[in-house]
Design a binder for this molecule. Sequence first.
Ligand SMILES: Cc1ncc(COP(=O)(O)O)c(C=O)c1O
Length: 360
Amino acid sequence: MTIEFADRIGRIPSYPVASGYDLGDGVAMLASNESCLAPLPEVVEAAQRALRGANRYPDPSYGALRRALSDRYGVPPGRIALGNGSCDILLAAGEALLEPGAEVLYGWPAFTVYPHLAAASGARAVEVALDAAERHDLDAIADEITVATRLVLICNPNNPTSTSLGLDAIEPFLNRVPSHVCVILDEAYVEYSLSLGDTYASVELLRRYPNLVLLRTFSKVYGLAGLRVGYALCASEDFRIAVDQVRQPFHCNVAAQAAAVEALRHQDEVERRVVETIAARLALEQGVRELGLWVAASDANFIWVRLPDGSVEGEVVDGLATRGVLVRAGASLGRDRALRVTVGTPAENARFAAALGEVV
Ligand SMILES: Cc1ncc(COP(=O)(O)O)c(C=O)c1O
C-alpha cells in the first residue's frame, strides 16, 4: 500500500531548484539571483547575538522588525506582514485568497512560484504573455479580469526577464482593477530598479489603492537569502491579518529578525552595492551583445539572454557548467532557448562571458 495524498499534490509543480550548492567556491553561482556579496559584519554579529537567546521562541509580534520597516516606509506596523522569505507570504496569499472557482492572473513567464498558487488552491491560473520586449502587457492583463478574479500578481522588475515598468504604467493599470481584487506588486528586486526611481515611490500608491500589497525581501540586495526573511507593505490591515491567519505563529526566526533590523541601518552600503551591481550588469550585458546575442533591458541584478535560433539550450547550459559557470535555463522558467544569468563578482562575470563565447 502506498500513502494516499491529497489531489492537489499531483497538481503542484515542483520548484526548479538550482544545483551546485555543494561544489564549493570553484564554481560561479549565477543561477539564483542571490547577492554575490556577503552580509555586513554588523549584520552577522546581530544574528549571532540573537542566537544566544534561541532557547526562546521568536517574538511572535515581530515588534522590532515591523517598527524598523514602519519607520523606514511610513506604513503602520499593523499593515506590515513578515515571512520566512517573501515566498512564504506569497503562498499564504494564495491560501487566503484563492479557492475553486476563483482566478489568479499574472504575466508569463514570471516568478516560477506563481503557478503553485492556483495548483494548491484549485483556483484557475490565467497567464498572459509578455510583450515583444519581454515586459508585462498590463492592458492585456487588465482585459482578462473577470468576476472570478481574486488576485493579480505583477512581478516588477520581472523575474526571469529582468524588465520593469515605471509607475506611470502601473498606476493606470491599478485604476482598471476593481478594488475588491487584490493586487500584489512583487518587488523582490525593487532596490536595483532605476525605472521605479526609489524604494519609496511605489509605497505612495498604498494611500490610493486599498487593494494593493508590495511584496519585498531581504534576500537580494541585503544579502540575507540564506536566513529567509521577507515582508509585505499592505494598503489594508486585512491582508496582513489573513496571511497571518493561515500560517504558523512563528514564521520568522530570531536570527533573521535581528539581521534584518540591523541590515536596515546600513542604507549607504545598500546604495553602494546597488551602484556596483548595476555597473557590473551593464558590463555583462555589453559582453553578451558583443557576441551578437539579444539581451533584455534589465532593471534588476540579473540579465535575460535569448539564444540564437537553432541552438540547443541544454547544450549551452551544460557547456557553461562544464566551464564552472552555473546559470538558469530558460526552459525551466517558462521560455525555451534563453538564459537567466545573475550578476556575480567581476571574476565570475568575466568567467561567464569567456565561457559563453566558447559555447555559443
Ligand atoms: C520575483 C521574486 N519574488 C519573490 C522571491 C522570493 O524571495 P524570498 O522568498 O527569498 O524572499 C523571489 C526569489 O527569487 C523572486 O525572484
